[in-house]
Design a binder for this molecule. Structure first.
Ligand SMILES: Cc1cc2nc3c(=O)[nH]c(=O)nc-3n(C[C@H](O)[C@H](O)[C@H](O)COP(=O)(O)OP(=O)(O)OC[C@H]3O[C@@H](n4cnc5c(N)ncnc54)[C@H](O)[C@@H]3O)c2cc1C
Length: 378
């Protein structure tokens, strides 16, 4: 009898998983349904480039229904409750779904209110709308102080604020206004970036390009009216543009269903991705509480492992483990990028000297994303 997999969230993890399963198993073996509240799929790394005028909406978005293999059913609806004991999921329209396998891929949600004054006081590029509002400001500022930093330690794509400071530096040089703009990077740590080999490279690059580094600045409150940002350490800085990563938490449905930790991240087995205490429910991507970067690459590797394991469960076969694999290309502007690789055992990424090849790979990835990654071919 056919089994039923229900995938909550049709972002990177959910879409790659659905299409990989559809390639491996026929409709007589597995029915696949993906539920997402949004009808548009975004290539989120593109928000960084749209903020500096290098990517437009049509290059980084696609209607979700066009993304799935024919034997995947896509439903646009909001999931309001997950009941793991009764194997039941409720949707906002009042309907319910049951399942044999449940995969939670609901990603992360921006919780601006965790920093008083964020809304109205800070800019960001963690959504398309926000990145376009930021673009207007970056394109029109002629002089002043631009602060770029981290608004809370959990956010998707740990290197994104660093990439932004380098791209802003390049943009201001191109616009001929760099000499009259003070560009500052705020870090809550004692250095710009966690892994120390990569940090050395990043700090050298900042010094070379005249980007000031302010350490131990944990953003606590923003006074948008007077353009001032205050830190938990007791310092304050004036700004003309403040670009911060917004605080992130798990999806509201995780919090409301009582299946996550205090911030709504789902605890899972680090190798098999099963939700703790259940063998028919899994979580992948940003939604998990795993202490690894929240990136599309991680969601991709996890989806590949899980597709293999669900297929092995149905047809018989060897199960794989997810070993924390991550790979990240770090854009540094001036047509150069660096890269880092890590997994659970090897988590001190090297500081790879920025070069054009990694930059070219990052640019090529945008094209590969739609054709090969999301479709489950790679
Ligand atoms: C600016 C920026 C730059 C980035 N750069 C990189 C990069 O260079 N490399 C990289 O690997 N990653 C990068 N990322 C991170 C990457 O985009 C995410 O980590 C990735 O999308 C996570 O995949 P996911 O499937 O877990 O979540 P998502 O892709 O965010 O998908 C989650 C989905 O769940 C849906 N959902 C949530 N709650 C509900 C509900 N209650 N009902 C129905 N649907 C729901 C949402 O609508 C969403 O579509 C970047 C992100 C940003 C914002």
């Amino acid at each position: 009898m056919e089994k039923r997999v229900l995938i909550l969230g049709g972002g990177d993890g959910g879409t790659i998983l659905a299409n990989r399963l559809a390639r491996r198993l026929g409709p007589d073996e597995l029915s696949i349904e993906v539920i997402d509240k949004e009808g548009t799929h975004w290539y989120q790394p593109g928000f960084l480039f749209s903020a500096v005028g290098e990517a437009e909406r049509e290059e980084i978005s696609l209607c979700r229904v066009a993304l799935y293999k024919e034997n995947v059913k896509f439903t646009q609806a909001e999931v309001t409750k997950i009941d793991l004991d009764d194997r039941k999921v409720s949707l906002k329209d009042g309907s319910e779904r049951s399942y044999d396998y449940l995969v939670i891929a609901t990603g992360s949600t921006l919780y601006y209110d965790d920093i008083p004054g964020f809304k109205g006081g800070a800019d960001h590029f963690w959504s398309f709308g926000a990145s376009m509002r930021l673009r207007k400001k970056l394109m029109s500022i002629k002089s002043g102080r631009v602060l770029v930093g981290v608004g809370g330690l959990t956010y998707k794509c740990p290197v994104a604020p660093l990439e932004m400071v380098f791209l802003a530096d390049e943009l201001f040089r191109r616009r001929g206004v760099r000499d009259s703009i003070e560009l500052v990077y705020l870090s809550p740590m004692g250095r710009a970036y966690g892994p120390h080999l990569l940090n050395k490279l990043v700090e050298e690059e900042m010094a070379k390009r005249g980007i000031e580094l302010v350490t131990y600045f944990t953003v606590d409150e923003i006074d948008g009216k007077n353009r001032k940002v205050m830190s938990a350490e007791g310092d304050s800085l004036d700004y003309d543009i403040l670009i911060l990563s917004p605080p992130h938490r798990g999806s509201e449905v995780i919090i409301n269903s009582g299946i996550g930790d205090d911030e709504g991240w789902v605890p899972v087995d680090k190798h098999f991705l099963t939700v703790k205490g259940y063998d028919d429910a899994f979580a992948i991507g940003d939604a998990t509480a795993l202490p690894i970067p929240k990136t599309g690459v991680v969601a991709h590797f996890q989806a590949a492992t899980l597709a293999n394991n669900i297929a092995a469960d149905i047809r018989g076969g060897i199960k794989e483990t997810f070993d924390g694999q991550s790979f990240c290309l770090i854009e540094m502007g001036e047509s150069r990028a660096s890269a880092q690789v890590s997994n659970y055992r090897y988590n001190i990424p090297p500081g790879l000297i920025p070069n054009w090849l990694f930059h070219a790979m990052k640019m090529a990835f945008t094209k590969m994303y739609w054709k090969y990654i999301l479709t489950g071919l790679m």
